[in-house]
Design a protein around this ligand. Structure first.
Ligand code: HEM
Ligand code: HEM
Length: 152
C-alpha cells in the first residue's frame, strides 16, 4: 500500500455506494409514480399531477448517473492507489457494466419525452437489470471491504 493513502479513504467508495443504492430505490419509486401519472384513471392522474414526478424523477436520475460515474472512477482510483494495479474481477466488470447501462438508459430521455414507447420500455428494462446487478454488487463489494479490514 502507498504510505500516503489514509486507511479511512478505503471506506469512501463503499459508503457512497450504499447511499447510491438508496438513491436508486428513490428513483425507482419516482419512476413508478411517473407511470401511474401516465396510465392511471383521470381521477388518479389529476391527484398525482401536482407531485411533478416526471421532473423529479429526471433530476434524481441525473444525480444518480453523475454520482455513479464518479463512484466507479473513485473505486478504481482507490484500488489503483492501494495496489498499483487494478484487479480485472467481477466487481470491476459489473461496476463498469452498470455505469454503461445507466448511461444508455438515461440517453433515451429525449425519446421518452416525445412519447416513444420502445424507448420507455427499454429504459425501464435496462434500469431494472441495473438494479439487480446493484444488489449483487453490494455483496461482492462488502466482501472486498471485509478483505481490506482483515488485512489492515
Ligand atoms: C434506478 C434507475 C432508474 C429507474 C428504476 C427508472 C425507472 C423509470 C420508470 C419506471 C419510468 C416510467 C416509465 C413509464 O411511464 O412507463 C421512467 C421514466 C423516465 N425516466 Fe427513468 N429510471 C431510472 C433512471 C433514470 C435516469 C438516470 C434518467 C435520466 C437522467 C431517467 C429519465 C427518465 C425520463 C426522462 C422518463 C420519462 C418521464 C416522462 O414521462 O416524462 N431515469 N424511469
Ligand atoms: C454497497 C455497494 C458497494 C460496496 C460496499 C463496494 C466496495 C468496494 C470496495 C471496498 C472496493 C475496493 C476499493 C479499495 O481498494 O479500497 C471497490 C472497488 C470498486 N468498486 Fe465498489 N462497492 C460497491 C458498489 C459499487 C458499484 C455500484 C460500482 C459501480 C457501479 C462499483 C464499482 C467499483 C469499481 C469499478 C472498483 C474498482 C475495481 C475493483 O476493485 O474491483 N462498486 N468497491
Amino acid at each position: 500500500m502507498l504510505a500516503t493513502l489514509p486507511f479511512a479513504l478505503n471506506f469512501a467508495h463503499p459508503l457512497m455506494e450504499w447511499g447510491l443504492l438508496a438513491t436508486s430505490a428513490w428513483a425507482l419509486y419516482l419512476g413508478i409514480k411517473v407511470k401511474k401519472t401516465r396510465t392511471g384513471t383521470p381521477k388518479q392522474r389529476k391527484a398525482l399531477l401536482p407531485g411533478k414526478f416526471a421532473q423529479r424523477h429526471y433530476i434524481w436520475g441525473s444525480i444518480l448517473l453523475a454520482l455513479m460515474t464518479l463512484g466507479t472512477l473513485g473505486g478504481m482510483a482507490v484500488t489503483y492507489l492501494n495496489n498499483e494495479k487494478l484487479f480485472i474481477g467481477p466487481h470491476l466488470l459489473v461496476g463498469l457494466a452498470m455505469t454503461g447501462i445507466l448511461a444508455v438508459a438515461a440517453s433515451l430521455s429525449p425519446l421518452m419525452q416525445r412519447g416513444n414507447t420502445v424507448a420507455r420500455k427499454t429504459h425501464v428494462g435496462l434500469n431494472i437489470g441495473m438494479l439487480t446487478l446493484f444488489l449483487w454488487q453490494a455483496f461482492s463489494g462488502m466482501e472486498i471491504v471485509n478483505k481490506i479490514w482483515v488485512s489492515r
